[in-house]
Design a protein around this ligand. Structure first.
Ligand SMILES: NC(=O)c1ccc[n+]([C@@H]2O[C@H](COP(=O)([O-])OP(=O)(O)OC[C@H]3O[C@@H](n4cnc5c(N)ncnc54)[C@H](O)[C@@H]3O)[C@@H](O)[C@H]2O)c1
Length: 389
């Protein structure tokens, strides 16, 4: 099949297997070009097929030489339909790991289910040995309670007030006004149920009960704070509420598993183009402007650079960088620098003042989004008929 990008409502419905392989290969090459990190030996990554989780898996394997177990939810391709991007990413990762003689196994299934947790624990016990690092990097739209059949959905909505702002249509590059009504109490609770810390805690409990959590292990989950511009729809909205729950869960994990010397931390990461961030209104425009400012200052990073910093400067540093006053790692430090935020705000004001101004910065977002799905990668022949499965 000749595969072209098919974008609807900022979701790309197709992915290119060769482009995804190339994109994973680029991340591996970056990691291999850096000094290796004396890090973990056996790592579990929950949400390992894309974005930050995939990058963490690549750093664990190719910088630290660790065995890795990856959990994710991805769909294989059929004759008439491409697989999801994470499916191709994972194939590429496993191929590269095997070539490099690195042990890796993957579990494709619903992170929230007991069945996937049990299967993962059994495989860790049988094939890998107790894990010394667990990264929780799930971004999910919903969670199904298998026992009752109840579906919880996560929504990106403001709390207590209506929000209106500009967002980017990735397909056309046009700006659109979006209006989001305040979330109901039920929507807030459901978002916390999906994107809060409950599942992270359940994973740590399952690993501990199953005897596959090494003493002195480290576990991290990822958060986001962001600037004032996106605060009404993110930090002060339903997602922010879920992140607060995630952060409280880190403290709870530290209390509950203190006897095993487990260390749970929150890493506040930078805003980046991923499948998850592309569907958050206003954040798409903010990221477009942020990328252009950070690139012009030579401080732009992708998922892989962020994850190298997480391991090198915090988790496995002889002299780790300081945490913030809430005990969190701040990988968004360069994003939140005053000079960066001042310039982003100035660009934002220009757009507000003159909505007809062409927003060239959107091109950068679109390019990155397409690359993220395996399109527009250098060296890939997109006219070739490729196997989708
Ligand atoms: N992208 C950003 O700008 C950004 C910034 C800071 C923090 N974060 C946080 O990082 C984390 C990961 O986000 P991302 O942007 O890398 O997401 P992503 O969409 O790129 O990847 C999400 C991963 O979760 C997996 N997943 C989704 N539902 C699942 C399920 N039910 N069972 C098993 N696996 C499932 C997917 O397969 C994939 O591996 C999230 O907590 C997000 O809030 C993201």
């Amino acid at each position: 099949m000749i595969i072209l990008p098919k974008i609807r409502q900022n979701i790309c419905l197709t992915a290119h297997p060769d482009g995804c392989r190339e994109q994973v290969r680029e991340q591996i090459d970056y990691v291999c070009s850096q000094p290796s990190i004396k890090g973990p030996k056996r790592v579990l990554i929950i949400g390992a097929s894309n974005g930050y989780g995939l990058a963490a898996r690549i750093v664990s394997a190719f910088s630290c030489g660790a065995a890795t177990a990856g959990v994710f939810l991805e769909r294989p391709g059929t004759e008439s339909r491409t697989a999801t991007v994470g499916w191709y990413n994972n194939l590429a990762f496993e191929e590269a790991a095997e070539e490099a003689g690195l042990m890796a196994f993957s579990v494709n299934g619903d992170s929230f289910s007991d069945e996937v947790k049990d299967r993962t624990v059994q495989r860790i016990r049988g094939e890998m040995g107790p894990v010394d690092c667990v990264l929780y990097s799930i971004a999910a739209p919903r969670r199904i309670d298998v026992a009752t059949g109840q579906i919880y959905s996560s929504v990106v909505k403001p709390i207590g007030r209506t929000f209106s702002g500009m967002t980017v249509d990735i397909k056309t590059g046009e700006m659109k006004e979006v209006v989001a009504e305040p979330a109901t109490e039920e929507e807030i609770a459901e978002t916390v149920k999906v994107m809060g810390g409950e599942d992270w805690m359940d994973w740590i409990s399952a690993l501990s009960d199953g005897g596959v959590l090494a003493r002195g292990a480290v576990t991290a989950a990822l958060s986001y704070v962001g600037p004032e511009i996106t605060a009404p729809i993110y930090r002060d909205g339903t997602m922010g509420r879920a992140k607060r729950h995630l952060e409280a869960t880190a403290r709870e994990i530290n209390r509950r598993f203190a006897d095993q010397d487990l260390r749970a931390v929150i890493s506040v990461n930078k805003a980046l183009v991923t499948r998850a961030s592309a569907v958050i209104p206003t954040v798409t425009l903010y990221i477009s402007l942020l990328y252009s400012v950070m690139k012009s200052k030579g401080i732009h990073e992708g998922c892989i650079q962020q994850m190298v910093r997480l391991y090198r400067d915090y988790f496995y540093a002889a002299d780790p960088k300081p945490l913030d006053s809430d005990g969190r790692i701040r990988l968004d430090d360069w994003e939140m620098r005053d000079d960066v935020q001042r310039e982003v705000a100035a660009l934002w004001r220009q757009i507000d003042d003159d909505p007809s101004r062409p927003v060239r910065e959107i091109d950068g977002f679109r390019d990155e989004f397409l690359r993220h799905h395996g399109f527009e990668m250098p060296g890939v022949d997109y006219d070739l008929d490729v196997e989708t499965s």
